[in-house]
Design a protein around this ligand. Structure first.
Ligand SMILES: O=c1ccn([C@H]2C[C@H](O)[C@@H](COP(=O)(O)OP(=O)(O)OP(=O)(O)O)O2)c(=O)[nH]1
Ligand SMILES: [Mg+2]
Length: 170
């Protein structure tokens, strides 16, 4: 197994539990909210995690959603994944949104709300050119390979999903 990368961390909230991996092979260390919050359907909030970090140069951390919260409660991150730059020394915040159309969701202090994935990132130098080299995909994108959801008035491309209003009309 590779040696873990050392990351300096500071507790902004002296009582906050440090981010922790649930299992040895996990990619994300769980982040908690230091503030209780209740979100009505469609509501969002910026929640403090009580920690700030200093990543080594060449690394970034990404704030990812927790799939259990998403599946059970419809909680997503507005900016998923949130990017924590190596030079950022402020408190890590999590921008949550309640996407459930009916139920409110409540977070208590120190509930786990997101997970932090630390990764090496490349810096690039951009070289401007008049023409880019060719490729098999060329300019195809946005569903060019088919299999996207149909929307009203369209049959979709080679589809394996359709929007609910489409299904109800069948
Ligand atoms: O979910 C997030 C996303 C970002 N940040 C912090 C760390 C990051 O380094 C900084 C800036 O984030 P980003 O570059 O995504 O936001 P911006 O709107 O481009 O702000 P800026 O102009 O400060 O770069 O905000 C968080 O605490 N949580
Ligand atoms: Mg930015």
């Amino acid at each position: 197994m590779r040696e873990p990368v050392d990351v300096l961390i500071r507790r902004v909230d002296p009582e906050v539990p440090l981010p922790a991996y649930g299992h040895p092979g996990d990619a994300g260390a769980d982040l908690v909210t230091c503030e209780a919050a209740e979100l009505a359907p469609g509501e969002r909030a910026v929640l403090p995690t009580g920690v700030s970090i200093a990543l080594p140069d060449g690394y970034a951390a990404f704030v990812h959603p927790r799939s259990g919260l998403a599946a059970r409660c419809g909680v997503a991150l507005v900016n998923a994944p949130g990017t924590i730059d190596a030079g950022y020394r402020g408190e890590i915040k999590v921008i949550v949104v309640n996407l459930d159309p009916r139920e409110s969701v409540r977070f208590e202090r120190f509930d786990r709300i997101a997970q932090l994935v630390v990764q090496q990132v490349e810096k690039v130098r951009f070289h401007e050119v008049a023409e880019l080299p060719g490729s098999a995909r060329a300019e195809g994108g946005f569903g060019s390979t088919g299999g996207h959801a149909a929307v009203d008035g369209s049959t979709g491309g080679n589809r394996y999903a359709s929007v609910v209003s489409d299904r109800e009309g069948q």
